[in-house]
Design a protein. Structure first.
Length: 273
């Protein structure tokens, strides 16, 4: 079992994450979308649970995160909240609910907080969503930023390749990260950018930087649960470490069940009334 120096019963707060960065303790973060998985992940000692809009891909089978709605995110967040006692729960604001209209952004964030009881929201983007971030923060709702590969902008990027390899984009990313810290975000996710750039951002900022495909020089790591547990086997980027083959385990169990039903072995006398 890996060492977890965090007090296992103490509730994780945004403030505790900042303290963890300052004492050099790495932050663990994983997605969850339902009650049962969230309960297992929380009891295992995860620091942050993200109700990611990746639910659009891994739960609903869409090819992008764009189709998921605010109502669907709230449904997932409510289910997750029922299973979590210790981890900080952050919920993604879905595509089209915060860009370009800070009043709508606040209304979306308020719905998430009121209806799901989650503790923070995550938004993709930098300077272009500054007003939305500020308005949400002004209502006392903690905001996590998300820069680098921002999947809600896939139609603008055209590919899921590594971002910010060129100086111009790297400079904008650094400026955006500083801006998000200045306006009051409590942490930032950096997705799929060069490790050197991510580590530079983590050093320059006082808030925690959580990486996904951003190397080891940041303050914590986040992965999508279905990817790291080997449920979603069609996605194998270089940054992904698989900790289990749950697709294999499930296929085996389901095939054994089918065989037992077909042969009449299930149910036996002990399994009957
Ligand atoms: O939606 C999600 O799962 C995310 C992570 C990839 C950070 O935003």
């Amino acid at each position: 079992m890996s060492t977890n120096t965090v007090d296992n019963n103490r509730k994780v707060t945004t403030r505790r994450l900042v303290e963890m960065k300052h004492r050099g303790e790495k932050i663990s973060m994983l997605t969850a979308y339902d009650y049962s998985s969230a309960k297992i992940i929380d009891e295992a000692g995860m620091d942050v649970i993200l109700v990611g809009d990746s639910a659009s891909n891994v739960m609903a089978g869409n090819t992008t995160t764009l189709p998921i709605t605010l109502d669907q995110m709230i449904y997932h967040a409510k289910s997750v909240m029922k299973g979590v006692k210790r981890a900080l729960v952050v919920v993604d604001l879905p595509f089209g609910t915060y860009q370009g209209n800070s009043k709508e952004a606040l209304a979306s964030a308020v719905r998430i907080m009121k209806e799901s009881h989650a503790e923070a929201v995550k938004l993709e983007g930098g300077a272009e969503i500054k007003e939305s971030v500020e308005r949400i923060l002004s209502a006392g709702i903690p905001v996590m930023g998300h820069l680098g590969l921002t999947p809600q902008s896939i139609n603008k990027f055209g590919t899921y390749n590594v971002r910010a390899k060129e100086k111009e984009e790297a400079d904008k990313l650094i400026a955006d990260a500083k801006l998000l810290e200045e306006v009051g975000c409590f942490a930032i996710v950096l997705e799929k950018i060069p490790a050197k750039l991510a580590s530079q951002v983590a050093k320059q900022l006082t808030i925690p930087i959580i990486g996904i495909g951003a190397g080891g020089g940041v303050d914590g790591q986040v992965l999508v649960m279905h990817d790291m547990l080997g449920i979603n086997k069609g996605f194998s980027p270089r940054f992904l470490r698989r900790y289990a083959d749950l697709a294999g385990v499930m296929t085996n169990a389901v095939q054994n069940y089918i065989a037992d039903v077909k042969s009449g072995d299930f149910p036996n006398e002990k399994e009957s009334y």
